[in-house]
Design a protein around this ligand. Structure first.
Ligand code: ZN
Length: 482
C-alpha cells in the first residue's frame, strides 16, 4: 500500500518516499519548558505519536527527534519565558527547565506517547548554533548589529514559501530596543546581545549573549538528522515566523533542501481560541487524567484529523469518553471471556477480519486519517458484539475466533492508535495467556495418554499454584482463573 501525506510545503497530498530506503528521519518542534503541559500539547504530540507508530508499523525505521526549548523563546514583551518563571519562583533557570521537562515527559508517558529517540536541549547545543550563525554570516545571509546577529530575510528570496507570508513584521525578536539595529523590520535575531543582568548567557564571537529561538531547531535537526531530512512536524500555529525562519536559516546555510515533507497539526481551541498558557484557558494533562483514562483522551484527539483544530469543552471531552467506551467495551469483554476459559476450541475464519484490517490501513495510508480508521474499528466492535451475544440456540463463538479478534484489536487500536488499555494489546495479552494455558492443557493430555501421571499431576498442581484451575469433563479439559 502507498502512504500519502499532505505536505504543507506543496499544499497538496503527495506519495511519501523516504530519502533512505526503509528509514525515516523526522523532527518535531518540542515544548518550551516553563510550565506544565496542557491538553493543547497533548493533541499535538499524540498526533505525532500516532504518525511515528504508524510509520514504524509500516516497516520504517524512524529516528524521531523532538527538541526541548529551554532558552531564547521570548514572550511578546521580550522577556524569556524560562527566565521570567525563574525570577518569579526564585529558582535557577535550569531548575525551572528540569522541573518542567520532567513534568512534560511524565505527562507524555502517562498518555502513552512514545518518547522521541533524541530530545536535544537548546541550551546544550549553543556551540552548534554559533557555528551555524557563523556560516550564515560568511555566506552573507546575516549581519552583526550592536552585539546581536540578525538574519537578513531579503537575502533569501524563498522566505515565505511554507506559510505564504512575506516580509512581515517579526513578532518575536525583541521589540523597540533592537528594532533600530535591524536593517529591515522582517529580519529576525539569530543571536542576541545579553545585558549583564541576563542570567543565561554564553560567550560568542560577538560578545556575551544567547541564541534566538528559531536557530536551535535548524542546528539540532542538522546535527541529528542531516541537512536534508524527511519529515518536519509541529503545530500549525508555529508556521510563522518559527518554521518559516527554520527553513530560511537551514537552506541559506547549507544550500540544500531542509525538510522534504511538512506535517503540521491544527490547534486545540477553547471556544474558537487556541488553548495556551498565556491566555490562561488551559487544562493541564495531569488534571484531565484525574477524570479520564489516557486512552479516552487520545481517542478524543484522534476523532479529528490531525491537521484540523478541535474545539475543547468539558462536554465534548465527556462525549468522546463515552464514544471511546462504546468502541472499546467489546474488546474488553472478549478479553474477559477468553480469560474465563471454557470456550469451544477451534477457530472459524472470519472474512470480515482481513477486510476490516485492509480498510483501517487504507484510512491510515491516506494522510494518517485516524478518524476514518476509528470508524472502521467500530465495525470490528459490532462484529465482536455479535459474537459475544449469539442468537438463541446458536453455539458460542470458538476460542480461536475470539483470539483472532482480540489480536486485531491489539494491533490496530492498541499498537497503532494507542487507545486500547495496555493489558488488552501487545505482549502479555489475555489472548496470549489463554493460548499458553491451552498449550499446557494439551501437553498434560499427552502425558496422561502415555500414563505419565507424575507429569500430568505436576502440570495441574503448578497451574493451580498460580491461580489457574483445570476441570476435566466429558468435552475435554477447561480452565478458569481462581
Ligand atoms: Zn522548532
Amino acid at each position: 500500500m502507498t502512504l500519502i501525506v499532505y505536505n504543507s510545503l506543496s499544499r497538496q497530498k503527495e506519495v511519501f518516499t523516504s530519502l533512505k530506503p526503509g528509514r525515516v528521519m523526522m523532527y518535531v518542534c518540542g515544548p518550551t519548558v516553563y510550565d506544565h503541559a496542557h491538553l493543547g500539547h497533548a493533541k499535538t504530540y499524540v498526533a505525532f505519536d500516532v504518525i511515528v507508530r504508524y510509520l514504524r508499523y509500516s516497516g520504517y525505521e524512524v529516528r524521531y527527534v523532538q527538541n526541548i526549548t529551554d532558552v531564547g523563546h521570548l514572550l511578546d514583551t521580550g522577556e524569556d519565558r524560562v527566565l521570567k518563571r525563574a525570577a518569579r519562583d526564585r529558582l535557577e533557570p535550569m531548575e525551572v527547565v528540569e522541573t518542567f521537562a520532567r513534568s512534560y515527559f511524565a505527562a507524555m508517558d502517562a498518555l502513552g506517547v512514545t518518547r522521541p529517540d533524541i530530545s536535544p536541549r537548546a541550551s546544550a547545543h549553543v556551540p552548534e548554533q554559533i557555528e551555524m550563525i557563523e556560516k550564515l554570516l560568511a555566506k552573507g545571509h546575516a549581519y552583526v548589529a550592536g552585539g546581536s546577529v540578525y538574519f537578513d530575510v531579503r537575502s533569501f528570496p524563498d522566505y515565505g514559501k511554507l506559510s505564504g507570508r512575506r516580509l512581515e513584521e517579526q513578532e518575536e525578536s525583541g521589540r523597540v530596543d533592537t528594532r533600530d539595529e535591524k536593517r529591515n523590520p522582517e529580519d529576525f535575531a539569530l543571536w542576541k546581545r545579553a545585558e549583564p543582568e541576563h542570567i543565561l548567557q554564553w560567550n560568542s564571537p560577538w560578545g556575551r549573549g544567547y541564541p534566538g529561538w528559531h536557530i536551535e531547531c535548524s542546528a539540532m535537526s542538522a546535527k541529528y538528522l542531516g541537512e536534508t531530512f524527511d519529515i518536519h512536524g509541529g503545530g500549525l500555529d508555529n508556521i510563522f515566523p518559527h518554521n518559516e525562519s527554520e527553513i530560511a536559516q537551514s537552506e541559506a546555510a547549507h544550500g540544500a533542501t531542509f525538510a522534504r515533507y511538512w506535517l503540521l497539526t491544527g490547534s486545540l481551541t477553547v471556544e474558537g481560541v487556541k488553548m495556551s498558557k498565556s491566555l490562561g484557558n488551559f487544562t493541564t494533562i495531569k488534571q484531565a487524567l484525574q477524570t479520564y483514562r489516557a486512552e479516552a483522551l487520545r481517542y478524543f484527539f484522534l476523532t479529528g484529523h490531525y491537521r484540523n483544530p478541535i474545539d475543547y469543552s468539558a462536554d465534548a471531552l465527556e462525549a468522546a469518553a463515552k464514544g471511546w467506551q462504546r468502541l472499546i467495551a467489546p474488546a474488553i469483554a472478549i478479553r474477559e471471556r477468553l480469560a474465563a476459559g471454557g470456550l469451544p476450541p477451534g477457530e472459524i475464519a472470519l472474512a470480515a477480519l482481513p477486510e476490516i484490517k485492509t480498510r483501517f490501513l487504507a484510512a491510515m495510508d491516506d494522510d494518517f486519517n485516524a478518524p476514518a480508521a476509528i470508524a472502521v474499528l467500530f465495525d470490528l466492535s459490532r462484529l465482536a458484539n455479535t459474537l459475544l451475544h449469539p442468537a438463541e440456540g446458536a453455539p458460542p463463538a470458538a476460542a480461536g475466533t475470539l483470539v483472532a479478534i482480540d489480536a486485531l484489536f491489539g494491533e490496530l487500536a492498541g499498537d497503532i492508535l494507542g487507545i486500547l488499555p495496555a493489558a488488552a494489546s501487545g505482549g502479555g495479552s489475555p489472548a496470549r495467556e489463554a493460548a499458553l494455558v491451552r498449550l499446557l492443557i494439551d501437553l498434560r493430555a499427552e502425558a496422561r495418554n502415555s500414563k505419565n501421571w507424575p507429569l500430568s499431576d505436576s502440570i495441574r498442581d503448578q497451574l493451580a499454584e498460580i491461580g489457574i484451575a483445570l476441570k476435566d469433563g466429558k468435552e475435554g479439559t477447561t480452565w478458569e482463573c481462581a
